[in-house]
Design a protein around this ligand. Sequence first.
Ligand SMILES: [Ca+2]
Ligand SMILES: [Ca+2]
Ligand SMILES: [Ca+2]
Length: 204
Amino acid sequence: MTKFVAKPNSSGLIRNFLAVFVLAFSVVGTANAATTNFGPVYTYSTGASVSVDVAVDSSSTILTGFDLILQGDFSYPTTEYLGITIDGVSIGTIFDGNTSNDPFNFLNDTGNDFGNPPLSGSASLNLDISSLASDGFLKIIFQTGPGTNFSSLGSGVFSGETFYAAFQGSLTTDSISPVPLPAAGFLLLAGLGGLGALRRKKKS
Ligand SMILES: [Ca+2]
Ligand SMILES: [Ca+2]
Ligand SMILES: [Ca+2]
């Protein structure tokens, strides 16, 4: 007889357990995506690097996207290429004709003559930036390859300025809720402890 009485109670316990389980993991999984635009920034000399500080939420943990629009005379893939770093971490080399050493989707990984029309590409990333973003900034550096030879562009499409190369785009970051895993684990344990207490109460 007690066996039959126990059945509805135990299914209630399972429901409670699942509720605590779902709560614990939904707290951990809370994410906050943000996209921040940068540029345009310019270079006025051949072989120069161009840097831009992108303000990001200091609690950002993952860099998930990098959209880039640029104008510059990168028409010789063997000598005219562009290295990209974020806070010193290499993202890859573009316009070197090698699609396997960068995450961007520029067609054939090649630039164009005199930078016209401007080229746009995007990259899906999964870069841990929890330490890089803690100061609230990600510094992008565009480093032109040593063999890059720019021809003067009369005026660019970005602002009418005269420059050798121009860069603009956006970074997309994600931040996981600061609720740490141990806290979620504690919730789970508390839930399980509650179940044990209920069971003991029923037995007595
Ligand atoms: Ca490449
Ligand atoms: Ca930083
Ligand atoms: Ca060139």
